[in-house]
Design a binder for this molecule. Structure first.
Ligand code: TXA
Ligand code: MG
Length: 339
């Protein structure tokens, strides 16, 4: 066990401490606008190997490299297609990750044996400050134990990784709350691998053609290769068995109230007063951005209820709702009950 130092994103001296730890090959949990990341020097294979050990992450799951200046991109990748430049001008800095053919400087630990690398320019000022002060591109997966919901507060990071990493930089709660949109531009046409704060609709208005990878909505078939290795693992699941209920609000309320044994509801705020089981709310039905911000904390809080079954409502699939659905359906192990 090591002592994990809690640093404050509002203090310049703490930003410098975080940068120094990273320069020395250590691991720091850093805030971003999406979720907290577990950062290491992306050019140091040994430092990146420590990320996998701390998280218990499968070694075939590649890492996203974070930059604080578009110029850094050209040092990390072999080619930057015009489409990527268009997307960067619209959505960087922000919750968008793009995948490119990788340059030779990217260690195998980062690309996990693939010939591509994922790059993101976060908008969070503290993330940018740490990247800038360290002078390094930073590899950072979500700072949770592998399989757990991604962390949206410094306390979530400490809960999962306290004693295993050098420091956490506390920048408060994340404003987006779900991980970045991941699109690969290493194939034609570009393909959306993970929906996030930059929506499919926004990508489609910026690019001529974008394919939605089938694994965004459906489980992989046995033996099928995952375009994004992270999508093949069980993810985000609380201890209880989560079931997504697909139907009207009325049907949801009456189904849950009729099945109260050892059950809880993961519901919208306005459903709470009509439910007779314990509830954890994750935002207003009409506000998918609020749902995105609340979902991971809600999934963590469900563990405290000690129930065996959680009934969640099936969200709408447009806009940020697609990202909320993508996480929930994984938390539910793809178990959907049509009402
Ligand atoms: O918002 C985010 O993206 C957060 C913050 C910290 O930036 N990071 C994050 O990283 O969510 P992680 O490792 O939890 O998720 C990265 C996803 C994984 O599903 C991984 O398989 C995929 O991106 N990925 C990374 N590099 C890839 C590559 N070269 N090809 C295909 N998929 C890749
Ligand atoms: Mg993750």
């Amino acid at each position: 066990m090591k002592h994990t130092v809690l640093l404050r994103a509002s203090q310049q001296e703490d930003i410098l401490t975080a940068a120094q730890i990273l320069k020395e090959g250590g691991l720091v949990g850093i805030p971003t606008e999406t979720v907290y990341g577990l950062a290491a020097n992306a050019l140091d294979g040994n430092a990146c190997a420590k990320i996998f050990a701390a998280k218990g992450r499968p070694v075939d799951n590649p890492l996203i490299v974070h930059i604080c200046d578009i110029k850094q991109l050209y040092t990390l990748v072999r080619t930057v297609p015009q489409e990527a430049e268009n997307l960067a001008s619209l959505y960087w800095p922000g919750p968008l990750t793009m995948i490119f053919p990788k340059a030779d400087c990217i260690p195998d630990e980062v690309s996990a044996g693939l010939d591509t690398v994922a790059v993101r320019f976060p908008s969070h000022p503290a993330a940018q400050a740490v990247i800038r002060e360290s002078g390094l591109p930073l590899a950072a997966p979500s700072a949770n134990l592998s399989g757990r919901p991604s962390p949206t507060t410094a306390q979530h990071v400490l809960h999962d990784l306290g004693g295993k990493i050098d420091a956490v930089l506390d920048g408060g709660a994340c404003s987006v709350g779900l991980e970045s949109t991941v699109i690969t531009l290493a194939c034609t046409p570009p393909r959306l691998l993970r929906p996030g704060g930059v929506t499919l609709e926004q990508l489609r208005s910026a690019l001529e053609n974008v394919i939605l990878d089938p694994a965004v909505l459906n489980p992989l078939e046995a033996g099928e290769q995952a375009a994004s290795p992270g999508m093949k693992y069980k993810h985000y699941a609380p201890k209880a068995n989560v079931i997504l209920l697909d139907g009207s609000r009325e049907k949801y309320l009456s189904y849950v109230n009729a099945h109260p044994t050892n059950a809880a509801a993961l519901c919208y705020t306005e459903d709470k007063e009509f439910l007779s089981v314990p509830t954890v709310c994750y935002g207003n039905e009409k506000d998918p951005s609020e749902q995105a911000r609340e979902l991971f904390d809600a999934l963590r809080r469900l563990d405290d209820l000690g129930v065996t079954t959680v009934f969640a409502r099936q969200p709408k699939l447009d806009g940020v709702g697609l990202a909320v659905y993508n996480r929930l359906i994984r938390a539910a192990g793809f178990e959907v009950l049509k009402l």
